[in-house]
Ligand binder design. Structure first.
Ligand code: PMP
Ligand code: GLU
Length: 430
């Protein structure tokens, strides 16, 4: 290692999500059958009105305002009012090249600790470490779907009540697929308010709540909550790189500081993408239908895989939104140990090697290395075909086994491969 490497970067590796994506593609390119349940990206195409917007504005070429294109910020503001009954001013919205970049800049400008529930998405902690920030992992319990409770938050805040802190709450959750109830959000908001903890409410999977019932904690602690979202998940546009933060007036000092950093780093977000994104937030029955269909497809697939795994003692929280499951393989612990598998990294390595099924170890999400949990992204299916079918044959009909057979045959084969692999191990030993 070069001595001139910034110590904050030493020891960090390429983000686990991007690494598994690149590895899965490389293995597939070598001709191996790879089931891509490791990386988490939307299987659905970008809605047509948004694609049309990009065609229409492909010629736009000028640098835009640092905070973002005003008509886009106005469209987002109107969308939040209409869809979530959240009032926000266009001036209080910062557009960025992905919410990930904005999360990083937030960590840079805020002087205080980062609190994250364990497990949490892979990038929050490395970003904090890069800017020399202290990371406090908050413990959670599987009995609570691995979600944070108000008591757990209170216990940390009580220890040093005046300490400046940002807490990232991500719901529906990556990696568990679980979300918070109204009561849980209210209780958590009360504690955050009491200790003046700033909340970064990462709602990037909010529009993919499986029953279209996403509720933001901003309703209960508006003055201290920043909402984070973007096009990547619900609009199937991860590669477009467009995210945004919505601030309350009381936190204008943070958006101002972030805009300064933005002006000295990414300048502004791609002009054609910002113009095209306006269509995603305007009232449009076609986009409403797209979302409802995406939600019911994900709900059906998530529930099918969840119950299949559960019936083999591989438990996980029931999915409520997004496209992740967090299966726990501990029922197979001693059998796996006999094969030399004692942690989540080995579990995922062996599984990939033996079956071609890619998952991500829970270790990458902050769990203890010897815990036999992993993240499964149920996105390895043809989203365009699934949407089309949902909008035609299944327009007025519940999704069923035939739908799965047509759209997700390979992904269900992957689940069977996991089960056969585990049970093979049992049979070998018994
Ligand atoms: N938060 C969570 C929980 C995520 O899973 C992701 C993954 N892309 C992001 C934020 C960042 O998304 P983007 O940068 O594409 O807006
Ligand atoms: N958020 C996605 C995931 O968790 C991938 C994109 C990323 O990490 O930047 O798999």
């Amino acid at each position: 290692m070069n001595n001139n490497l910034n110590p904050n970067i030493r020891g960090l590796k390429k983000s686990a999500t991007l690494a598994i994506n690149e590895r899965s593609k490389a293995l597939a390119a070598q001709g191996k059958q790879i089931y891509k349940l490791g990386f988490g990206q939307s299987p659905f195409p970008v809605p047509m009105p948004v694609v049309e917007g990009l065609k229409e504005f492909a010629h736009t070429k000028d640098y835009l305002d640092v905070r973002g294109l005003l008509p886009l910020r106005k469209a987002i503001s109107a969308y939040y009012q209409r869809k979530h009954q959240i009032s926000c001013r266009a001036e209080n919205i910062q557009i960025g090249p992905g919410s990930k970049e904005l999360l990083f800049i937030l960590q840079l400008v805020f002087d205080g600790d980062l609190l994250i529930p364990n497990p949490s998405w892979v990038s929050y902690s490395p970003q904090a470490l890069m800017v020399g920030k202290k990371v406090v992992w908050l413990s959670t319990k599987s009995a609570n779907n691995w979600m944070l409770t108000a008591e757990e938050l209170e216990a940390i805040c009580q220890k040093d009540p005046k300490r400046p802190r940002i807490l990232i709450l991500n719901y529906p959750s990556n990696p568990t697929g679980a979300s918070y109830s109204r009561k849980q959000l209210q209780e958590m908001a009360t504690v955050a308010q009491k200790y003046k903890v700033i909340l970064l409410s990462d709602e990037i999977y909010g529009e993919l709540n499986h029953t279209d019932q996403h509720l933001s904690i901003a309703h209960y602690y508006p003055e201290g909550t920043i909402i984070s979202s973007g096009l990547s998940k619900w609009c199937g546009a991860g590669g477009w790189r467009l995210g945004f933060f919505i601030f309350p007036d009381q936190l204008s000092w943070i958006i101002d500081a972030m805009s300064i950093v933005a002006s000295e780093t990414f300048t502004s977000t791609s002009a054609p993408i910002q113009y095209a994104a306006i269509a995603a937030f305007e009232e449009n029955p076609e986009i409403d239908q797209y979302l409802l269909d995406a939600q019911r497809i994900l709900r059906f697939i998530g529930e099918t895989i969840h119950s299949k795994l559960n019936s083999h003692q591989i438990n996980s929280p029931k999915p409520q939104g997004g496209f992740y499951l967090f299966p726990d393989f501990s029922a197979y612990q001693s059998k796996l140990a006999d094969q030399g598998i004692t942690n989540s990294t080995q579990l995922c390595e062996q599984l990939l090697e033996n079956t071609g099924v890619a998952l991500l170890p829970s270790y990458d999400f902050g769990r203890p290395s010897d815990e036999l949990t992993a993240r499964l992204s149920y996105v390895d299916f043809d989203g365009a075909k699934a949407l089309k079918l949902a909008q035609t044959t299944y327009q007025n009909k519940d999704l069923d086994q035939t739908f799965l057979d047509i759209c997700c045959c390979e992904m269900l084969e992957a689940i069977n491969k996991i089960l056969v692999w585990l049970n093979d191990r049992i049979q070998k030993i018994c």
